[in-house]
Design a protein around this ligand. Sequence first.
Ligand code: NAD
Ligand code: TDX
Length: 332
Amino acid sequence: MKILVTGGAGFIGSNFVHYTLRTRPECRITVLDALTYAGSRASLAAADQTRLELIEGRIEDATLVDRLVADCDLVVHFAAESHNDNSIANPAPFVTTNVVGTFTLLEAVRRHDRRFHHVSTDEVFGDLELDDPERFRETTPYNPSSPYSATKASSDLLVKAWIRTFGVKATISNCSNNYGPYQHIEKFIPRQITNVLSGIKPKLYGAGLNVRDWIHVDDHNAAVWAIIDRAKPGSYYMIGADGEENNKTVVALVLELLGKPADWFDHVNDRPGHDLRYAIDATKLRTELGWEPRYTTFRDGLDATIAWYRDNEAWWQPLKAEVEARYARQGQ
Ligand code: NAD
Ligand code: TDX
């Protein structure tokens, strides 16, 4: 099977490539990635290069996309501008990549009648109160808050329209917050791990009471494969592993696992429009497709992730000063 993976040099996409080449000997992969600040060849260096090709290019490039889609059996679409804080500082690239890029891919899979899996986020549903007994489900109405989540919601709606109107064989998954190896150090967990490893105090937005539903990236990618293998084209799935934690608790765990005092962190400026809580009900994925997460103890998954950042300083160290300088300008 020949798979086109967009965004395969980013966090979740590169883990998908490693996972697939490890577990599926019949698969060959072409990665289409613009190698923005968030993508890196180094994230794919450990993969079996005989079954992998990396094409540097943009998903809005209709000519390139047409050729690559024609030449594959399946498209798995991870490419996106993915960071909320960046979307607040400068929304334009989010519209271009997330909306126009997804549209360009949809037109190519429509022309060539290819199977398409669209990777999306739980943020498209907005946020929940801390005590809301409801969690996000496949039927939850869209209500995005940030420029990032609004462009992801737009891309989901394009996919839904292409399924209904043109009969495109697509599926969508909306996953909660991922953690694991190769995550860019602008994101919450790797930022705090690499802060402590660099002698900098962790930075908590506001009071730190916002809740995220954490899932290990390999569990996310196993769910994506369950959908590709067993879901009906045209169907949608929530992906989550019942991993709700507030940010303060996550920082406390990072500090404990790295042997620092519990109060060794700073409160910094909050994110404008900061979503309070995300929580996923993955019953449909579990019951229809038989998926179960393998990382069920957040502490163990976090410990393994800390070990990865400790062992792979060469991967993140060159980025650290610039990322922290950018945050410092925002008082974060
Ligand atoms: P990331 O920012 O780490 O990686 C994105 C990749 O896309 C990078 O390699 C980048 O170079 C590439 N890219 C960006 N613009 C491009 C363009 N125009 N053309 C081609 N390539 C381009 O993101 P991630 O965290 O790995 O997220 C991957 C996908 O999963 C995104 O669609 C995101 O919305 C979704 N998602 C992420 C999370 C999470 O917790 N990180 C949770 C749910 C869903
Ligand atoms: O330094 C920080 N301090 C802090 O308290 C950073 C970077 C973040 N935070 C908070 C903000 C959020 O409440 O931590 C939480 C997680 O922040 P991010 O890592 O920026 O993730 P989030 O905004 O929740 O979005 C993530 O999950 C859904 C991904 O970045 C998205 O791509 C995905 O769609």
